[in-house]
Design a protein around this ligand. Structure first.
Ligand SMILES: NC(=O)c1ccc[n+]([C@@H]2O[C@H](COP(=O)([O-])OP(=O)(O)OC[C@H]3O[C@@H](n4cnc5c(N)ncnc54)[C@H](O)[C@@H]3O)[C@@H](O)[C@H]2O)c1
Ligand SMILES: O=C(O)C[C@H](O)C(=O)O
Length: 341
């Protein structure tokens, strides 16, 4: 179809106009940058973003090993051009012109650690990367994967505020893996096809701050209170389950890359004007008294279009919501304090 439009037009100016308007109305150019692209999440995420036809330029940044990852992924015969960037001197080039920046940079947990135990190392990494984003691609959407997400998102927000370019619609904590897990675990217990399952997950991304709303799960299933309690706990402990199974070799990487690619795809669809794109994400929010909170979010051309209400909660979920607030509040405050010291 594209080729026949070009062949039939007469002048070359007309051809190029047609080419531009045809291609921009179908699939716009989109640059996606991954920071931490040579890591356990970064590599499979780079692969999945290379497979995404919405991406025209894939920028792979890390402090080490990106040339190899970029050469490898770059041989795949899909739409995007791939460029690897290594070291702080190349960070500006990696970011310039980016529409979406995905951040899985930083250290993962080992058995016995909480996500908050990563704060001392990852907070500094996120602070530096956020300063660079503020400088080189201030209008990009940012998908924060680096833990502790409950604190790294507030850190990025504070850095962006200091730089005078903060737009709360453009900053997202990636909690999609919690949704992916809740769907998988629910489908197993409810004995329904997993592809049909939807489960919102609210709150944050650590332990009890992860609150799946199985009362709103579809398709509906009549699960006992004990089963719902066990499903909730398994979703909250999903990350720890992987950390323990990997026995010192890191945390979830493959399922996270899948979840990160799903969320990035939703962001790109929103940017491209696809209607009714709704995903859960940890964003600046007023639906509770906490300044950041994960809930369903409608994505649009400017990022967050609408933070959706929580909807009706069961008594068990209402208790879970009250129980998560103190920990989430203190993680947010820790991030804000760090960014401002
Ligand atoms: N949000 C979630 O649901 C979720 C899920 C899984 C893991 N995580 C988090 O993602 C992070 C990464 O996990 P991983 O398993 O990929 O770790 P990893 O150690 O395998 O990879 C991290 C990568 O970050 C790079 N890096 C370090 N400092 C950097 C900097 N300043 N700039 C750019 N890159 C830098 C490292 O070189 C490495 O390649 C961890 O903090 C982990 O806890 C979050
Ligand atoms: O559990 C972790 O440390 C990594 C990640 O947050 C996860 O949920 O798998």
């Amino acid at each position: 179809m594209f080729r026949s439009v070009i062949v039939r037009s007469s002048s070359s100016a007309k051809q190029s106009l047609l080419r531009r308007s045809f291609s921009s109305s179908s699939v716009p150019e989109r640059k996606v940058a991954i920071l931490g692209a040579a890591g356990g999440i970064g590599q499979p995420l780079a692969l999945l973003m290379k497979l995404n036809p919405l991406v025209s330029s894939l920028s792979l940044f890390d402090i080490a090993n990106t040339p190899g990852v970029a050469a490898d992924v770059g041989h795949i015969n899909t739409r995007s051009e791939v460029v690897g960037y290594m070291g702080d001197d190349e960070l500006a080039k990696a970011l310039e012109g980016a529409d979406l920046v995905i951040i899985p940079a930083g250290v993962p947990r080992k058995p016995g650690m909480t996500r908050d135990d990563l704060f001392n190392i990852n907070a500094g990494i996120v602070k530096n990367l956020s300063s660079a984003i503020a400088k080189y691609c201030p209008h990009a959407l940012v998908n924060m994967i680096s833990n502790p997400v409950n604190s790294t998102v507030p850190i990025a927000a504070e850095i962006f505020k200091k730089a005078g370019m903060y737009d709360e619609k453009k900053l997202f904590g990636v909690t999609t893996l919690d949704v992916v897990r809740a769907k998988t675990f629910y489908a197993g217990k409810a004995n329904v096809p997993v592809a049909e399952v939807n489960v919102p997950v609210i709150g944050g991304h650590a332990g009890v701050t992860i609150l799946p709303l199985f009362s709103q799960a579809t398709p509906q299933a009549n699960l006992s209170a004990d089963v719902l309690t066990a499903l909730t706990k398994r979703t909250q402990d999903g990350g720890t389950e992987v950390v323990e199974a990997k026995a010192g070799k890191g945390s979830a990487t493959l399922s996270m890359a899948y979840a990160g690619a799903l969320f990035a795809d939703a962001c790109l669809k929103g940017l491209n004007g696809v209607p009714d794109v709704v995903e859960c994400s940890y964003v600046q929010s007023t639906i509770t008294e906490l300044p950041f909170f994960a809930s369903k979010v409608r994505l649009g051309k400017n990022g967050v279009e609408e933070v959706l209400d929580l909807g009706p909660l069961s008594d068990f979920e209402k208790e879970g919501l009250e129980a998560l607030k103190p920990e989430l509040k203190s993680s947010i405050e820790k991030g804000v304090k760090f960014a401002n010291q």
